[in-house]
Write a protein that binds this ligand. Structure first.
Ligand code: DSN
Length: 435
């Protein structure tokens, strides 16, 4: 951090002023926090489920609200002293309802997996059938996959994507629904690069009298910002985390029609959870306020524009994109044709300052621990204000790093890292004092 970057004595070097109590009480943890800040400042973070929260969201997570127990819901608590907490939670609920246009919102789930488990508790008995996208096809563990509680306690039936298009196989969804008569159908996932056809899923769910759950964890910010169609009016329940494209703290929301409000609330508390994390609720409220403004709409559209452009630039360099491209924030890349396994590529990219995750691709012939693909996305880089015009450079860096992964050229990775850092320095990240 140079004097030049902080010329104003009113704003001294944040490394010297940030977290003074923490540095005093626990220098080891303080040093690791500082190192993580530096890492997040210096690297091109392309994991599509990650983002940078604003300084305001970050501050809200570090408030005294974390000292308070509040089991129950506003106006119906099991502990006294809720004068402020009730207002915080009510604000969060009202903002979620307004932003997504839903009848009901529960802001208490600790994260996406507990939120989805609460949905099972609300509607299913152990052994009942749930239909969800298979994990290796882009689904989520909690959509009935075997190693998850949802796949061991319930009868998980899975659909996939079409081999020829890489897109959700809605014919298979309907066939399986008619044959297996699931009580719950999940749409959405963790590696779905295309628009989810909520209306088509709703029609199938109605046909078999199933509850349709739209898991919009990845795309919630795009839905809120009008850059992806909304599941409202189609899905009975909407589940989402708050920390991905929505750019809030780590947490989750369950939303629904008025009809299912009571069942969901009872499932979250007392069914599954104890006291809500009030500091997180406050930060969720702040993020929802931020997401309701015009700047966030522009952000959501820019995320998609950047992803589309990055996809085109990568395809032009011979990368095989599952489904041929993207409609949203993420790209799933099959590296088979590049002759580099996903994990080898991801680790090389990390050394080049580009952070991605290895990922299975549909019909992968390799294992989930050593799959054929990588998954990348544009939410974080867009939060730094990195424009569409920079996507050619990003694609070229990925290309060079993947080639270097194959040849073991560490100098090439170091050269990419230096170029990446220049772009990062030119686009400070929100919430990071080091930017
Ligand atoms: N871990 C999240 C993701 O990366 O997509 C899903 O839970």
């Amino acid at each position: 951090m140079t004097e030049q970057q902080h010329p104003n004595p009113q704003h001294p070097n944040p490394q010297q002023t940030r977290h003074p109590e923490l540095r005093e009480a626990d220098p080891e943890i303080a040093a690791l926090v500082a190192a993580e800040e530096q890492l997040q400042a210096d690297t091109l973070r392309l994991i599509p489920s990650e983002n940078y929260v604003s300084a305001a969201v970050l501050e809200a997570t570090g408030t005294v609200l974390q000292n308070k127990y509040s089991e129950g819901y506003p106006g119906k608590r099991y502990y006294e002293g809720q004068q402020n907490i009730d207002q915080v939670e009510t604000l969060a609920v009202e903002r979620a309802r307004a932003l997504f246009g839903v009848d009901h919102a529960n802001v208490q789930p600790y994260s996406g997996s507990p939120a989805n488990l609460a949905v099972y508790l609300a509607f299913l008995k152990p052994g009942d059938t749930v239909l969800g996208m298979a994990l290796p096809m882009g689904g989520h563990l909690t959509h009935g996959w075997g190693v998850s509680a949802t796949g061991s306690w319930f009868n998980g039936v899975r659909y996939g994507v079409r081999a020829d298009t890489g897109r959700t196989d809605l014919d298979q969804v309907r066939e399986l629904a008619l044959k297996e008569r699931p009580k719950l159908i999940f749409c959405g996932g963790t590696a779905v690069p295309r628009t989810i056809d909520f209306a088509a899923f709703a029609e199938i769910a109605r046909e078999v009298d199933a509850v349709l759950v739209a898991d919009i964890a990845h795309i919630a910010g795009l839905v809120a910002g009008g850059a992806h169609p909304s599941p409202v009016g189609h899905a009975d329940v909407i589940s989402t985390t708050t920390h991905k494209t929505l750019r809030g703290p780590r947490g989750a929301l369950l939303m629904s029609t008025a009809q299912h409000a009571r069942a969901l609330d009872r499932a979250v508390f007392p069914g599954l959870q104890g006291g809500p994390h009030n500091h997180t609720t406050a930060a969720v409220a702040v993020a929802l306020k931020e997401a309701s403004g015009p700047e966030f709409r522009a952000y959501a559209h820019q995320v998609v524009d950047n992803a589309r452009e990055l996809g085109e630039q990568l395809a032009a360099r011979g990368f095989d994109l599952v489904s041929g491209g993207t409609d949203n924030h993420l790209l799933l890349i099959d590296l088979t044709g590049k002759d580099v396994p996903g994990k080898v590529a991801a680790k090389a990219l990390d050394r080049a300052g580009i952070v991605v995750n290895h990922n299975t691709v549909p019909y992968d012939t390799r294992t989930p621990f050593d799959p054929s693909g990588i998954r990348i996305g544009t939410p974080s880089l867009t939060s730094r204000g990195i424009p569409r015009s920079a996507m050619a450079a990003v694609a070229a860096w990925i290309d060079r790093a993947v080639l270097a992964a194959r040849s073991g050229d560490e100098d090439a990775l170091a050269a990419v890292r230096a170029e990446v850092k220049e772009l990062m320095d030119a686009h400070p990240a929100p919430g990071l004092p080091l930017g």
